[in-house]
Write a protein that binds this ligand. Structure first.
Ligand SMILES: [Zn+2]
Length: 310
C-alpha cells in the first residue's frame, strides 16, 4: 500500500510519479503544524493559488503523482497538500523525518535513537494528522546526511530510521549530496544487516561516482537521479546517468525527479515556470538520444511504486 494525503492506494494505482519535489521548503512556524496540527489558513489559501497552476500543468504533461520531500519541520503542509491533490487530481505522498542538530543530540543523547524511532513509528501508526476524514500517514522516512565524515547525531538518526523502517515497513529516503558519506552509511547498513531495498540514496546523480553508484545498486540500494532541472548541460548529464543504468542493468533501481521548490519556481517565473519540464523537455530529449519513451515511462511508474510501497 502507498499512503497519499487523500488515503492509501495500491501500488498499481500510483501512476507516473515525480519522486522528489518540494511544494515549499521552509523552517519557520513549523511546530504549529506537526505538533499542534494547526494551519495558517491564509497562508494555505495563498500557497494553493500559487501552486495549483503548477499541479495542473503537471497533470496535463502526464504526471499522476508527486512525492513531497519537505519534512514536517521543513515546510510540509498536509492541509495544502490535500487541497492541491483534490483540486488537481494528482496523488501526493508525505513523509515523516527531521534534521536534528548536534546540540540537540548532545543534550538528549540517552535513548536518542529510541525516542526518535518511537516518534516516527507513532507518526505512521496514528497518522501525521487527520484531515477531512483521512488519516494521513507518511509513506516514507526522510533523513539527511551531511558532507564529509558523519557526525554522531546522523549515525544515531540513521539507526532510528532503520528501526522505524523495520517496524513499519516505511522506506528511508536519505538526502546525501556527496558520494563520500555513502560509503560510511553502507558500512552501517552492513553492520546492522539492514535491508538495502528499503534505502534510497537521494541525489545519487549530484556527484557522479559511477563505481560507487554501481556498487550501491548491486547491494539493492535505490538511487535518486532526482535533480533533473531544466537546462542543456543538466539534461546531458542525466541522460548519461540513465543510459548507463539501462546498459548496466540497474534501471529498476533509479528514481527520476527534478527537486524543484515549486513555490519558489512559480513565484519567480509565473507561467514560464519549468516544473513539468521533465515531461515536456527531458523525456523528448532522451527519446531523440536513443532511449524510448516507454522505457522512461516504465522507470517513472514502476520504480516509485516499488520503492514507496509498504
Ligand atoms: Zn530535495
Amino acid at each position: 500500500m502507498i499512503y497519499t494525503v487523500t488515503g492509501p492506494v495500491r501500488k498499481e494505482e500510483l501512476g507516473v510519479t515525480l519522486s522528489h519535489e518540494h511544494l515549499y521548503w521552509n523552517s519557520e512556524n513549523v511546530e504549529d503544524m506537526y505538533f499542534e496540527k494547526k494551519y495558517d489558513e491564509a497562508r494555505v489559501a495563498h500557497q494553493f493559488d500559487v501552486l495549483l497552476p503548477v499541479f495542473n500543468k503537471l497533470k496535463q504533461a502526464g504526471c499522476d503523482a508527486v512525492v513531497e520531500t519537505s519534512t514536517p519541520l521543513g515546510g510540509q503542509n498536509l492541509k495544502l497538500m490535500q487541497q492541491l491533490s483534490k483540486a488537481s487530481g494528482l496523488k501526493l505522498i508525505a513523509n515523516t523525518g527531521m534534521i536534528f542538530s548536534d546540540h540537540v543530540f548532545r543534550i538528549h543523547h540517552t535513548a536518542f535513537e529510541k525516542d526518535v524511532a518511537v516518534q516516527w513509528i507513532k507518526d505512521f501508526e496514528e497518522g501525521l494528522d487527520v484531515i477531512d476524514g483521512v488519516t494521513i500517514r507518511p509513506s516514507y522516512i526522510k533523513m539527511f546526511l551531511s558532507r564529509g565524515r558523519l557526525p554522531e547525531v546522523e549515525i544515531k538518526t540513521l539507526e532510528a530510521a532503520l528501526t522505524a523502517s523495520k517496524v513499519t515497513g516505511m522506506p528511508i529516503h536519505c538526502h546525501i549530496i556527496e558520494a563520500k558519506p555513502v560509503e560510511e552509511a553502507m558500512a552501517y547498513l552492513d553492520a546492522l544487516k539492514a535491508d538495502y531495498t528499503k534505502f534510497l540514496w537521494a541525489h545519487a546523480g549530484k556527484e557522479t561516482d559511477a563505481a560507487l553508484v554501481e556498487k550501491a545498486a548491486s547491494k539493492g540500494m535505490w538511487l535518486g537521479f532526482d535533480m533533473i532541472k531544466a537546462g542543456p548541460d543538466n539534461y546531458a548529464k542525466y541522460l548519461k546517468l540513465v543510459k548507463s543504468a539501462i546498459t548496466k542493468g540497474y534501471s529498476d533501481k533509479i528514481l527520476l525527479s527534478q527537486d524543484y521548490d515549486f513555490y519558489e519556481e512559480a513565484r519567480a517565473h509565473g507561467e514560464q515556470q519549468t516544473c513539468a519540464s521533465l515531461f515536456t523537455d527531458f523525456v523528448p530529449y532522451c527519446e531523440s538520444n536513443g532511449i524510448d519513451r516507454k522505457t522512461l515511462m516504465d522507470i517513472l511508474t514502476r520504480n516509485p511504486a516499488n520503492f514507496y510501497d509498504i
